[in-house]
Design a protein around this ligand. Sequence first.
Ligand SMILES: [Fe+2]
Ligand SMILES: [Fe+2]
Length: 175
Amino acid sequence: MAMQTIEELFEHELKDMYSAEHMLLGALEQMADESSDREIKKTFVQHRKETQGQIKRLEKIFKTLGQKPEAETCHGIEGLLKEKKTFLKERPSDELVEFFNIGAGQKTERYEIASYEGLIDMADKLGMTDAVELLEQNLQEEEAALNKLKMIASEFDVTEEGEEEGEGRTTSSRR
Ligand SMILES: [Fe+2]
Ligand SMILES: [Fe+2]
């Protein structure tokens, strides 16, 4: 039967985020592996841990709906992961991959923030107070992750090729 209610849309979006968070578990692990800078690595590792908690919260919401957790492929995050693959084909330096990840991380956080804001709005309209609370916790973690990545990006040093690498984050891959 055709989808007609906000409740059905809410469930659809919930499954979409359940899929997104699972994909991001893998992506965050990969980005942590690709980070040579300790703070950047720590940021990805920590957000991966938070993501596991976010998945648990989504599972709780499925439970309140009397449903088994189910994923429906999130094409938004899938698209961002494809962009990474395309970028890697350019054979970028390790430093550029690290810098790329900080930008890609911000894109995914913004996507998640918009998704959770939409879900919260729907849950609010449906009077699902428990779901609103759980989703707000996820939203807060995404916002904190975005802010952290923004700070890291602004501190990321870019040096000219051949320049001595000082301590901290540098990239020597400018052409
Ligand atoms: Fe997340
Ligand atoms: Fe996130």
